[in-house]
Design a protein around this ligand. Structure first.
Ligand code: 4NP
Length: 162
């Protein structure tokens, strides 16, 4: 199963989600069926490592994000991934505008898909390090639920739906 996390710059929120799940996959061979990646809408940071504050907060929790590189979401991603999880309402609506209607059922706001309030994963980029702490805490809140939900979908042999 292939899951894509999407935010705006692909240097803060989606790399945190991507890196958290990658670390679980690396530590647990029973997750070898799962592949994750991340992308953003902005071109500004393409090729860059995650924001140093994202690298720092993940590193404080034992997860190395420094090998990730930002890339821009492309049309091919809507075909390539079974599930596309967006950081917030504005990136989801940008995704829905970009993707053909046949892809829409596989596209969700990540926190909403997990019933975690608030449904938007707030953008920490304009904020300070505390905003990155808050964002990381929400990634750690979402992560186990996400794995549970994906495992259930796999056992049901279903593409995860809303
Ligand atoms: P992200 O945060 O979408 O979580 O990666 C942002 C990073 C950069 C910009 C916006 C949001 N930017 O405008 O450059």
């Amino acid at each position: 199963m292939k899951v894509l996390f999407v935010c705006l710059g692909n240097i803060c929120r989606s790399p945190m989600l991507d890196g958290w799940v990658r670390a679980q996959i690396a530590a647990d061979p029973s997750l070898s069926w799962l592949q994750v990646d991340s992308a953003g809408f902005e071109r500004t940071h393409v090729g860059e490592a995650p924001d140093p504050r994202a690298i720092r907060i993940a590193g404080e929790h034992g997860i190395d994000l420094s090998d990730l590189r930002a890339r821009q979401i492309g049309d091919v991603d809507f075909d390539r991934f079974d599930l596309l999880l967006f950081a917030d309402a504005s990136t989801l609506s940008a995704g829905l505008r970009k993707a053909g209607p046949r892809h829409h059922a596989r596209m969700h706001r990540v926190m909403e898909w997990l019933d975690l309030v608030p449904f938007d994963l707030a953008d920490p980029w304009y904020g300070d390090f505390d905003d990155f702490r808050t964002c990381w805490a929400r990634v750690e809140q979402a992560g186990p639920l996400l794995l549970e939900r994906l495992r259930a979908a796999r056992q049901a042999d279903a593409v995860p739906a809303a």
